[in-house]
Design a protein around this ligand. Structure first.
Ligand code: ADP
Ligand code: MG
Length: 478
């Protein structure tokens, strides 16, 4: 029997506002436990939540970017459940009337194929606190700093058919929220995480199978592994005559398996009802227009423009638009080197990205600025140095030895383009290797490379390679 996997993701993206969604407490990560929780976050009786309008702006930004319908009227609801890190006994979320409905994104798979994934809805909600099971003499601690942190929960349609597609979708949304600057995307800190809903069905079957929900996956690698494990588990159950139960499971990266956490609640277990402390959120045209005007160029549009404007391949455009920072850096290099975009692309994706990776730095912390790299590329374009020597210069720039021109001058790296000087060196090399010269002239063509190597060696790599080739060909022929 052939099986088909069905996946829908619920992504929680923490909105990067400086204060919480319903209180003025700070949201900064990593503070001492319970130093950033005010009475509203603690759920004291008699306090009232006040909506932070920045969270609304950011959710709308997301909705517009995925072509969704922005609800002119959305409603906050109480989702009731007991949890030690949820002091109010309910979470303020949106249920029947979310702020964003519909929309879609296009994902690009590793083989270059594309697919659309539908967005069901995206709603605003508050995060809960955190239970800390560290060393508290056998007890757990509660940290309410995270309580009330704003989240946008992005719910996808069950459109994905493999773990790979789920990862590609997650990466697409991750890239998008970072482009929109509504979420810092930091997965280690939990600012971007997802629940994966996974089911299997016989291939060709129309109805969906029973799903399990894999909670709180916060790395792209774990999402893929957790889904793959879960798919195998479900197929095994069904093939041995059992049935999958609808439940919430946790992925354990150490054992690479998912384990049951609790049976899945139905929506009516939560007794959702409109929060009487909060007015419906009513948005007018002016509000939406203002946000629409402020939208940045989105990843897909940027990719297309990079292909059209700079003549880059789809692959190059894809890599260079990974983040806004990288794309901006690349465009600044092209603009100030006034040169070949393909050369700039190769350098940004090659030497520069390599050096950043090795040093574990983001593009924003690059030790070589876009202007400095542009200066270097200009020296390749005007034949002052060869591409090979430029790599040496780049390394020196990275190590802080100064600007390209200074390094070229200090190390005497200027390319030799004077034909008579190159010819003289060729003559010397020919005199030094009479045997090889004889063999070459007897037809051993392969020795051409040997002579190129000797001339480059004699000039410490500084002779212009094209000229060396041309002059050697002439002289060796005799
Ligand atoms: P909840 O998890 O809150 O009960 P929903 O019914 O809204 O919520 O579904 C949550 C997610 O589960 C959505 O992303 C949806 O696409 C996905 N989903 C629903 N049914 C299935 C299924 N049978 N298999 C896989 N994913 C599913
Ligand atoms: Mg869910």
């Amino acid at each position: 029997m052939e099986w088909e996997t069905v996946i829908g993701l619920e992504i929680h993206a923490q909105l990067n506002t400086s204060s919480k969604i319903f209180s003025a407490a700070a949201t900064a990560y990593g503070a001492e436990p319970n130093t950033q929780a005010c009475l509203v976050d603690l759920g004291y009786p008699g306090v009232l939540p006040v909506l932070n309008v920045e969270t609304v702006r950011k959710a709308v930004k997301f909705g517009l970017a995925v072509g969704a319908t922005i609800s002119r009227r959305s409603v906050f609801a109480r989702k009731n459940y007991f949890y030690p890190d949820l002091p109010k006994g309910y979470q303020i979320s949106q249920y029947e009337l979310p702020i964003v409905e519909g929309g879609e994104v296009e994902i690009v798979l590793e083989d270059g194929s594309r697919k659309r994934v539908g967005i069901t809805r995206a709603h605003l909600e508050e995060d809960a606190g955190k239970s800390l099971h560290e060393d508290f003499h056998g007890m757990s601690g509660i940290d309410l700093n995270r309580a009330g942190t704003p989240l946008v929960e992005i719910v996808s349609e069950p459109d994905m058919r493999s773990a790979r597609e789920a990862v590609a979708y997650m990466k697409t949304i991750h890239q998008l929220v970072r482009y929109l600057e509504i979420c810092d995307g930091n997965m280690q800190e939990g600012s971007f995480r997802c629940d994966a809903n996974v089911s299997v069905r016989p291939k060709g079957e129309h109805a969906f199978g029973t799903r399990a929900e894999l909670k709180n996956l916060n790395s792209f690698r774990f999402i893929e592994k957790a889904i793959n494990f879960e798919v195998e588990r479900q197929i095994d159950i069904i093939e041995s005559g059992g049935s999958v139960s609808q439940e919430t499971r946790l992925y354990d990266p150490n054992k690479d398996e998912t384990r049951p956490m609790r049976s899945k609640e139905e929506a009516n277990d939560y007794r959702y009802f409109p929060d009487p402390d909060l007015l419906p959120v009513v948005l007018d045209d002016a509000f939406l227009e203002q946000i629409a005007i402020g939208l940045p160029e989105l990843p897909a549009a940027k990719r297309q423009r990079f292909c059209a404007e700079y003549g880059l391949s789809e692959y190059d455009a894809d890599v260079l638009t990974t983040s806004r920072e990288l794309a901006d850096y690349f465009e600044r290099v092209v603009a100030s080197s006034g040169g070949d975009p393909k050369l700039a692309a190769n350098w940004v994706m090659g030497e520069l990205s390599g050096a950043l990776n090795k040093a574990g730095l983001d593009i924003g912390a690059s030790r070589v600025s876009s202007a400095a790299l542009a200066d270097l590329l200009r020296r390749i374009a005007d034949n002052t140095i060869s591409g090979k020597i430029a790599k040496e210069v780049f390394e020196a720039m990275w190590e802080g030895e100064g600007a390209a021109d200074d390094i070229i001058a200090a190390r005497g790296l200027t390319q030799i383009t004077d034909s008579s000087a190159i010819e003289q060196i060729i003559d010397e090399v020919m005199t030094r290797f009479p045997d090889q010269l004889g063999q070459f002239r007897d037809g051993k063509d392969k020795l051409f490379g040997f002579f190129v190597g000797q001339v480059m060696k004699a000039t410490s790599g500084k002779a212009n390679p094209a000229q060396v080739n041309e002059l050697l060909r002439r002289k060796l022929a005799g």
